[in-house]
Ligand binder design. Structure first.
Ligand SMILES: NC(=O)c1ccc[n+]([C@@H]2O[C@H](COP(=O)([O-])OP(=O)(O)OC[C@H]3O[C@@H](n4cnc5c(N)ncnc54)[C@H](O)[C@@H]3O)[C@@H](O)[C@H]2O)c1
Length: 293
């Protein structure tokens, strides 16, 4: 779009190699930095002012790890938001786009709409994403001019550093004869390809013009079972491997086993994805396999 972009990541999970292509663009600059270090963030950004918008995506993305140690999501999922806002206030940066999650909803029967409630998350990660949304809406009362809260479903695609496809491929690399799957395989969620997620976020940024814009982003067609993912990964990566389900309806404590997203709000603005949830998964499996070669 011709914007100047400063990318910041502490490389805890992010990888420099993923930025090789972006790095060749003269409008892009990358800095390894912990955004919880407000002073360092302010020092980095001050010479580049005026900055129009912060796209805040830094977080702990390993929900299971956050379940074992609540400090992880406090520091990486909530305080990153808190501290990014602090730096923004110091520098008078007026707009934020935030990567939120279906995890803020907790467990509900039926499809999740943007006004579904009560919001009772069942993971530390979901709790800290919900708190992040809250601190952003509070900042709108103080210094922020506009915010976009994008509630992602499960996102898949190339360059994954975590997630179900990444985990299955990792397990099969360690043991090509058997794939262990947490739960009974009936967990069922919508999966969106990362390319479509980026497209939807840019679309919202350009088209949703309220002071507070909050939207579910999801594929139009359905959801995908863990069984479908396991069978597809085995077919592509280790044909003949047996799949062993550990049993139980959820993968781990804090997992929401089934959900569906209503996307009418986003669709009413004019954005629809091209891939179904199953197609996004199949494409991501091939991309991740290619990335391993
Ligand atoms: N992938 C999904 O299915 C999904 C679903 C819902 C929401 N999200 C959200 O989308 C965003 C991106 O997630 P992702 O899946 O690309 O995961 P990711 O781990 O690849 O990206 C998060 C990045 O944040 C960086 N980071 C963490 N703490 C930091 C800190 N203190 N300072 C600077 N950088 C820091 C990590 O190194 C990593 O590169 C996250 O906010 C995540 O919570 C992802």
């Amino acid at each position: 779009l011709g914007h100047r972009v400063i990318g910041v990541d502490n490389l805890m999970l992010g990888r420099r190699t993923h930025l090789a292509e972006a790095g060749s663009n003269p409008c892009f600059h990358f800095q390894e930095l912990d955004v919880n270090d407000v002073e360092a963030t302010v020092s980095l950004l001050r010479p580049a002012m005026p900055i129009e918008t912060v796209w805040h995506l830094a977080a702990n993305s390993d929900i299971q790890a956050g379940g074992q140690d609540p400090d992880v999501d406090l520091r990486l999922t909530f305080l990153t938001t808190f501290n990014v806002l602090k730096a923004m206030q110091t520098l008078n940066i007026p707009q934020v786009v935030f990567a939120s999650s279906s995890a803020i909803y907790g467990e509900h029967d039926g499809v999740l709409r943007e006004d579904t409630g009560p919001l009772l998350p069942v993971s530390n990660y979901g709790a800290m994403k919900l708190a992040s949304e809250g601190i952003i809406t509070a900042a709108l009362q103080r210094f922020l001019r506009r915010a976009w809260i994008c509630r992602f479903p499960n996102v898949v695609g190339s360059r994954a550093t975590h997630g179900v496809i990444f985990d299955f491929l990792k397990k099969l690399r360690a043991n090509g004869a058997e794939l262990e799957v947490l739960g009974d395989g009936t967990q069922e969620k919508p999966y969106l390809h990362v390319s479509e997620l980026v497209d939807a976020m840019l679309f919202l940024f350009q088209r949703a013009a309220d002071r507070l814009n909050y939207y579910n982003i999801a594929p139009e067609v359905g959801a995908t079972t863990v069984r479908f993912i396991a069978e597809s990964v085995v077919r592509e990566a280790a044909p003949g491997a047996t799949i062993r389900y550990t049993g139980g309806s959820r993968g781990w404590a804090g997992d929401v086993p089934k959900f569906r997203y209503a996307t009418d709000k986003l669709k009413s603005l004019g954005w629809s994805p091209r891939l179904s949830s199953n197609e996004a998964v199949e494409r991501a499996i091939l991309e991740n396999l290619k990335g391993l070669k």
